[in-house]
Design a protein around this ligand. Sequence first.
Ligand code: UD1
Ligand code: CA
Length: 498
Amino acid sequence: MSCEYQGLQFDRPGLRNGTAQGILNPMKQPPNRSAKPAARTAIAIMAAGKGTRLKSKHPKVLHEVGGKPLLAHVIAAAQQVIPAKDIYVIVGHEADRVRQAVQDAGVGFVLQEPQRGTGHALMSAGKALADYDQVIVLSGDAPLITPETIQKLRDFHQHRKAAMTILSAQLESPTGYGRVIRKAAGSDEVRTIVEEKSCTPEQRKIREINSGFYAFSLKPLLANIERLKTNNPHGEYYLTDMAQVLREAKERVVAIKTGNASEILGSNTRAELADLDQKVRRNKCLKLMAEGVTIFYPESCVIDAEVEVEPDTVIEPFVQLLGHTRIGADCRIRSYSVIHNSQIGESVLVRPGCVLDDARVASGAVLGPYSHLRPGSEIGEGAHVGNFVETKKVRLGKRSKANHLTYLGDAEIGEDVNIGAGTITCNYDGVHKHKTVIQDGVFVGSDSTLVAPVKLGKGAYVGAASCITDDVPENSLALGRAKQIVKEGWAKKKRESR
Ligand code: UD1
Ligand code: CA
């Protein structure tokens, strides 16, 4: 059966709109130590598969470990080795979603449609790769691969002048992986790769496995790839069969074993994803600790890949730091706080159980316990936000305090303001949102409702339990409540009349 280059299509968003932004990052290029003129190298990342074993409606390569899609980890490693313009992601299942998720990286895309196996993925990339000398093939579902190992694979391939170099690993439990069958013990040449399902009981005992990462010289690859057959349990074109195909074409096929077997681990199941996630997060904690951050019980913390924390900050058990969160020095983040995409200054105390989302907190502020800072919350230097206080689109000025049971939304609050317990900005009339302005030095008594739009002028006082519907001038007192009535002796009479 002949294999046509089906559905071939590739594009490169960065170039199409006339910019090369994100494509070349000279800072990330390691020095080229080889004396010979460098072979033109491409990297192809296979990411078209469905990931049936995850039982998910989402494409496998968009599942996350360490708070980042699997594929984004692989692209990041590849970009440390060659410029993004030479990296091609092979997409297929949910192609648009996958493309969208990683297009900021400036890599190219190749469409594999339909998805008929890893061999077919490379067939689909044939045209895009035609101008290169060699291609390194990575698996979009194996996120722990390091730039060093990719480089080693490339260098070994060139050094051995091979047609195909397989990155192999020795695993304690090789179940599920293809086994590498060497020509002879001690030889680096490979006879074939046998997929788990096709292994004889003898072959199943082999613990040297195929990582799913390869280097190919393009000439022999493209000249022979159409010889792949689909006579296997899945009826797919297996890229692994290229070992035997190339050997039969008298080409050299070798394997190089990685010293660090854990970096090739794939994520075919949810259990494997959980293992990888734990590894990535453990590494993140170790890195932060090496940089001077104290983490009491790292196994319990969930810290995403892009999070930054400055030295001498203490992170207590069961804290989650997510997205692009940045935390300054000397902070203490107490247990059960979940902080997402937020910026925190120095010496901030986050007491237990706080939830922050897209918030900014200046140095010396104190939050919690149980504060909820929603998007657009800007908490000033030394300000306090206490228990059961919710904020949204709010600027709370320096040293201002909202310590108990309060909702502050769509408000501009000055410095040295005291917001009493139970204060509510009534910002929503059922159709529109309105703004509350509270100027410097205002004192808002407990249980006040501020019906927006409304403005409290500098230094004004609001009596407790007031409903404020009109602006309050500077330095004045506003009372917005029914006058108290006292009926002397009334209670006593009531009791006696029973
Ligand atoms: C593959 C190898 C196996 C190796 C293992 C290492 C084959 C046949 N087997 O098995 O020897 O031990 O990786 O992890 O290659 N993909 C496509 N298009 C497709 C099918 C898959 O792009 O038509 C992509 C997937 O999205 C994935 C990668 O290729 O990122 C690997 O596919 P997967 O199905 O996970 O292969 P394994 O069964 O793990
Ligand atoms: Ca896999």
